[in-house]
Design a protein around this ligand. Sequence first.
Ligand code: BGC
Ligand code: BGC
Length: 840
Amino acid sequence: MTLEPNVSSTLAAISLSFLAFIVAPGCTATASVTGHGAPALLARPLDEATEQFVSSILSNMTLEEKIAQMIQGDIASVQPEDLATYKLGSILAGGGAAPGGNVRSKPQAWLDLTDRFYRASLAAPAKGHPPIPVVFGIDAVHGDAKLIGATVFPHNVGLGAAHDAGLMREIGKATAEEVSAAGIDWTFAPTVAVARDVRWGRSYESYSESPELVAEYAPAMVEGLQGMLGGKDFMTPGHTLSSVKHFLGDGGTHDGRDQGDTRVSESELLSVHGAGYVSALKAGALIVMASYNSWNGVKMHANHHLLTDVLKGRLGFEGFVVGDWNAHEQVPGCSKEDCPAAILAGLDMLMAPDSWKKLYENTLAAAHSGAIPAARIDDAVRRILRVKAIAGMFQRPPPKERRNVGDFSVLGSGAHRALARRAVRESLVLMKNSGHTLPLDTHAHLLVCGGLADDIGAQAGGWTIDWQGDHNHNEDFPGGTSIYAGIKAALAAGGSAELSRDGSYKVKPDAAVVVFGERPYAEFEGDLETLEYSPGDKRDLALFKKLRAAKIPTVAVFLSGRPRWVNPELNAADAFVAAWLPGSEGEGVADVLFGSAAGKPVDFTGRLSFSWPATAMPVLFAADGSVKNALYPRDFGLSYRDPGAPFVKLSEDPGVPKQWEVSASSLFARSHPIAPWSLFLADGADQVHLTLEDQASPHGIVTAGMDEAGRQFAWNGASAGSVRLSGRASDLTAAAARGESIEVRYRVTQIPDRTVLLKLLCTEGKCGTALDVAASLREPGEWRTLSVPLSCFAVPGSDLREVEVPFALETDGHLRLTIADIDLEPAREHAYRSCPPAID
Ligand code: BGC
Ligand code: BGC
């Protein structure tokens, strides 16, 4: 294993652990839950008093209480009153959830809610043992960013570029202070993914493609959030539990598909993708979140070997494993309401946001029938209680009675904002600085342009206020600053700034700053086919060219959750800064652009933690860890002190192989949906995200497989089932008026014996109408194109403004077909001269 140049002794120790993790020579250690068995790698001696306390509770719990501890529900679907009957172990607020459903709720509303849940758990009947407090969790993945007024730190991709583990510790501490101010005890962070193909939409949640850097950061963040395990500050007020996620291989999926399949050897899986776990667990991480992805075709939520033998056994993890958001439903044979297989594999707590009640009932039934052995349940509950006990939860009063809780001055405090501003400064990477365009002069007249110049929402990215973070405006960040506002403040002493999205100006500027880049996204909605920046829209590039033609020195500030192929923009700008997703403190960008802050010189110190690709295809990792196809290697970064070699014009050929070429109209191609779309298999009232090669709808009505030409779907005729493409609600009214059509290229292998409905589905109930396309599916073996004008769905009373599902194919009969492509095509000669028959 090759280490980073600044190898520390801790890192060396960690890398030794990797080896043991991988090889585990003759290691037969069982999970040291019971304190028996050979000591596993990271197992620490269990505290006798804690274990006795846990045992005494466990021995007095009913089976109902035990099963409820193993389930986590989401505030959108569970009320504090429910805890009187269902004594759930945990409550979460998912990406889109908030008190009263209002993501712009005041912090006090959050505290009111966490307090009510906590009190409800303490008041729940508990015979023969002390009440078991509920633990409330939230995705504070870059600061307490779901809360209005919080400090929003840069996303992990930017923090990685800072190469500063000490900074992580401080950010963890500040985040925990803000999170716990509203009575929240658990943060679903850090993500220790080692993203390898940055087409993955979650790449910005990864610190680095380098396992060593992730291994160095993970423990610092864990200690910042929780305090030092065994130290005086551990889980004292102002700290929250962390969880390390997503175990294992989330950053290694084939083609960078979110929730996809990681196809690597076990040793690579552990040494690359496992790096952050070893060090985080050593630092006292007590909760590990299992991943949505599969490893060589087996879903992690069903992987006994990795969850139980490796994590709990070989590594000696004594905390608990929590599932991901209904991820257990993707395990073959499971539904979101029933999944003994995940518990048998080693999940201790299932994240069952909306499915918690049925899941509780079914899990209880499986426990009664013996399908889940009592020992497995006791082990899971013991782990959960142990974590609660170690974290001091049994001593914590309800949130409103806690010292420091309810003091919201900590949210976005001056000290935290100063820390975030420093993090921004440290994260920026200078990639080009021709003609000493930077630093800017504080006495200059500057043009600040580009679509993202005055947009804190774009700076913050996904997982901000809501899940996708794509509806946020400057007013949602009281106390925050946009990049424009930061530049303006820096010019206050003598210069001036003109804000203009399109680059037009009243007074010819001395220089221009163009802030451009990606708009917010989260999870699979951010997956890409190629890394070319903005393939369908070259307006940003045109802006650079226009400024160059006017001989205005231009600085590009690129906001993105990952490296993108931007060679044309790099050529066209005089200076280029990768600013990642810096968060709420835009002033940090200005500090570096002007080379000074508070009268002190500031230089660029950020260095890439991801290789920057030479083409629009991702870089490749060789077995020895070396990287191919990089334009700028990992660790690259210029500075004022070290301006590097003169810039040489870059190739403007994106180098995309034919099979990866993207068409803007494509919704499904190359056997997978094109983001933001995802495929779901649905029957009855349920649906499941299609992420495996072979998968069935929740009740088995529709099955999906692969063939050489695309995705094969088969309906078994037992009841109605459908295949759906779903994603961001889109307004299709204009497309319908322009005469665009939904086009599906398909081959039937078994003709339908009932009607087959083509549908659109909209946010508020019915939109469009269902059309019977069975007549087009009667020629088996032939590749054909079904082309249905969108206007066919625009019948009176239907509203195409918020189409969530632009394609659904449904039948209650038999049918088998392969789909190669689904497109939204411009008007042309249609296969149908008239619309297919509408069905009520
Ligand atoms: C994500 C997790 C997150 C959870 C709760 C999941 O979809 O994968 O990272 O913690 O939702 O919001
Ligand atoms: C939730 C997120 C979750 C996602 C997964 C969203 O509705 O708010 O927390 O990660 O669904 O699909």
